[in-house]
Design a protein around this ligand. Structure first.
Ligand SMILES: O=P(O)(O)O[C@H]1O[C@H](CO)[C@@H](O)[C@H]1O
Ligand SMILES: O=c1cc[nH]c(=O)[nH]1
Length: 290
């Protein structure tokens, strides 16, 4: 079996993995990712018992239990460049023998749920509501560095979005939610197609002082229609989460609290209270169904 080089899979002196600072036993089969490191304790405060708290840089991890359900909550920071680190290292922790530096014979598949924040692009999507991404269109570059095997539906969505873009401006890719996990968590929840942007300002159609060269981006996103499905929201991690989860054999679903409505230009008056409400809602659902 191929031995993975010390410079490809880097371990710290205590045997933990380079950025996440975690050891293999530290990760539960159900993993909640959040962008904001401060949101980790906002999730784990609802655990009955916290067995570990570790961290390095923006990657804070708490593992514990609610009843008999073991859960890990980890912060990714902002952007799909961080998702590259978090997903490759989480996968290494559960699927690689770190001592032998070889891939395990039996692979573990994690259930990974993002609890994030997002901006809606359609006027009728209520502020302070929850939205689950059935698929993501990535305007970030991450999955252009990995082999992706697309389904027929993903190919069709990508072709349709490419056709809506002006020639040679952006290079999108498409990735979908884990089918079984979405079936478990998506019941009675609003679902939509999410665009993942490689930035918060011009890449999401915001204009402060620096001039944008894609002024038509928001109109294209808002007007796009794929067999009756619309693009619903913008954020910064979901395409990478879905792309890498599929590439590594994990199930992932991205759940986002809508804090901004870009069409009506309003921002939530109560972001902390609303996030707390949906953390409790999703934890109940995860414990009951995942
Ligand atoms: O609240 P989180 O999970 O960080 O998610 C959203 O908020 C950040 C931008 O403010 C980006 O990470 C975006 O995806
Ligand atoms: O508009 C928004 C709100 C939250 N997060 C984003 O990336 N965009």
């Amino acid at each position: 079996m191929n031995r993975i080089a010390e410079t490809d899979l880097i371990l710290n002196a205590d045997g933990s993995i380079y950025h996440l600072n975690l050891c293999p036993g530290d990760v539960a089969d159900t993993v909640i990712t959040v962008g904001d490191p401060d949101r980790v304790s906002e999730v784990s405060k609802y655990f009955d018992h916290i067995e570990l708290k570790k961290g390095k840089r923006e990657f804070i991890t708490h593992t514990g239990t609610i009843g008999t359900k073991r859960l890990t909550v980890i912060s990714t920071g902002i952007g799909t460049d961080n998702i590259d680190i978090v997903f490759n290292e989480l996968d290494a922790l559960v699927n690689i023998d770190l001592a032998a530096r070889t891939v395990n014979r039996t692979l573990r598949s994690l259930n990974i749920i993002r609890i994030g924040t997002s901006g809606a692009v359609q006027a009728d999507i209520e502020l302070d509501s929850l939205l689950l991404s059935s698929a993501a269109i990535g305007l970030d570059p991450l999955m252009h560095y990995y082999q992706q095997i697309l389904t027929g539906d993903e190919h069709s969505l990508l072709s349709a979005f490419n056709a809506a873009l002006p020639k040679s401006t952006l290079l999108p890719y498409v990735a979908s939610a884990g089918r079984q996990l979405l079936a478990a968590l998506g019941k009675d929840e609003r679902q939509g197609i999410t665009v993942t942007a490689p930035g918060f300002y011009s890449p999401q159609g915001r204009q402060i002082r620096a001039a944008t060269i894609v002024p038509q981006l928001m109109d294209i996103v808002r007007q796009f229609n794929f067999n009756g499905q619309r693009i619903t929201n913008l954020e910064m991690e979901t395409s990478g989460i879905y792309g890498l989860a599929a590439a590594l054999g994990h199930q992932a679903v991205s759940c986002n609290v809508i804090l901004a409505n870009r069409a009506t230009q309003v921002f939530s008056k109560q972001p902390v209270r609303v996030m707390d409400y949906y953390i409790r809602h999703l934890l109940e659902k995860i414990v009951a169904t995942v």
